[in-house]
Design a protein around this ligand. Structure first.
Ligand code: NAI
Ligand code: MG
Length: 335
């Protein structure tokens, strides 16, 4: 990453509420990062005919750094529209989706959880050009390549090394012997080579889903193909407070896009009820990756202090608005 400019991509719905909160925080932290806002998403598509305008894509490529809110994708699809975050992951080769789940000081969070899901982000069933149908049959091909397995294994092994030293490879190679079989073999071999000191184990994805509910504290880093990672990261977010607190980073060679895991939340949009925690924790990940560790730690501390004081949005059982939560954090940061 080379730039000090963070591209803000609010998108649709509550993306337009939580990204400005992060921009406010960046301003108060005053660590030399500037922001520029760019359009993306469903509203942008309706206004311009493009969900991901070239000017937005170019700006993200130039800076290598973006904070994305959420976009709306109409169910059943719309002609000419595709989810711009999926397109960004493809076009910028953002090969790893890093999704932490860590306990928070709120009643709806279970305690002693600190795990990291690393989801392969460019292959598997989510690649549109590998889907087709006739009148009676729809097919989605599932491509897994050695190169993608190697790069996602490398980052997962590095994270495991920096954390508790335990890597779990989640797969379904008993049924998907070819595709998940390749994933398991290549990820295991690569991780062993690049981090010989860590413990590597593997687990079937359905058994993992079970154990994540029963004993989530026994996991450290979990690496898994695209769709499984999408699903189990929603599960792990529920263990620590729900979608309103789930942060992530889409990591590539020359670009990283940070984003709250949640969507545009049409049921609460415009009500000042969006939980900014997921976006704030995504910002914290960005600051840490950029080497602003102190700022990241201060931000997480004041977020935790705010939550521990019961100042939280209704999804966490509180009565605060987005603005009240933000004000509390900003006040603490400026003290
Ligand atoms: P969603 O994440 O938008 O909402 C699911 C539930 O969680 C809703 O009840 C919502 O109110 C709640 N929620 C989500 N974020 C919250 C927050 N920060 N604070 C408080 N409550 C929160 O998922 P849903 O409803 O399935 O999808 C809505 C739209 O978002 C769809 O058009 C979908 O395609 C899109 N979407 C976009 C994503 C993205 O841009 N990365 C990811 C997921 C969905
Ligand atoms: Mg998801």
């Amino acid at each position: 990453m080379t730039s000090n400019t963070v591209c803000l991509l609010p998108g649709d719905g509550i993306g337009l509420e939580v990204i400005p909160a992060a921009a406010n925080i960046l301003e108060v932290l005053d660590i030399g990062l500037t922001t520029e806002k760019y359009p993306i998403g469903w509203q942008c598509f309706n206004e311009t005919g493009e969900a991901l305008p070239k000017s937005t894509l170019d700006a993200v490529i130039r800076s290598g750094l973006a904070l994305f809110g959420a976009t709306r994708s109409p169910s059943g699809g719309a002609p000419g529209y595709s989810s711009p975050i999926i397109d960004l992951r493809q076009q910028l080769n953002l090969y790893a989706n890093v999704r932490p789940a860590r306990s928070l000081p709120v009643p709806s969070s279970r305690q002693n959880i600190d795990l990291l899901i690393i989801r392969e982000n460019t292959e598997g069933l989510y690649i549109r050009r590998e889907h087709w149908q006739d009148q009676d049959t729809a097919i989605a091909e599932r491509r897994i390549t050695r190169a993608s397995c190697e790069r996602v294994a490398t980052i997962a092994a590095k994270y495991a090394q920096q954390r508790k030293g335990l890597l779990t490879i989640a797969h379904k190679s008993n049924v998907l012997t070819l595709s998940d079989g390749l994933f398991l073999k290549v990820v295991r071999d690569t991780a062993r080579n690049c981090a010989p000191d860590i413990t590597i184990r593997d687990q079937l994805i359905d058994a993992l889903a079970h154990d994540l509910v029963i004993k989530p504290e026994s996991y450290d880093v979990i690496v898994t193909p695209n769709m499984y990672g999408d699903i189990i990261s929603d599960l792990t977010s529920a263990l620590v407070g729900g979608l309103g607190v789930a942060a992530s980073a889409n990591v590539g060679e020359s670009c990283t896009i940070y984003e709250p895991v949640h969507g545009s939340a049409p049921d609460i949009v415009g009500k000042n009820l969006a939980n900014p925690t997921a976006t704030i924790l995504s910002l914290g990940m960005m600051l840490e990756d950029l080497g602003h560790r102190d700022a990241s730690n201060r931000l997480k501390l004041e977020l935790n202090n705010t939550l521990a004081a019961g100042i939280c949005t209704p999804d966490l059982g509180g009565e605060a608005t987005t603005d009240i939560m933000l004000t509390s954090i900003l006040e603490k940061l400026t003290k």
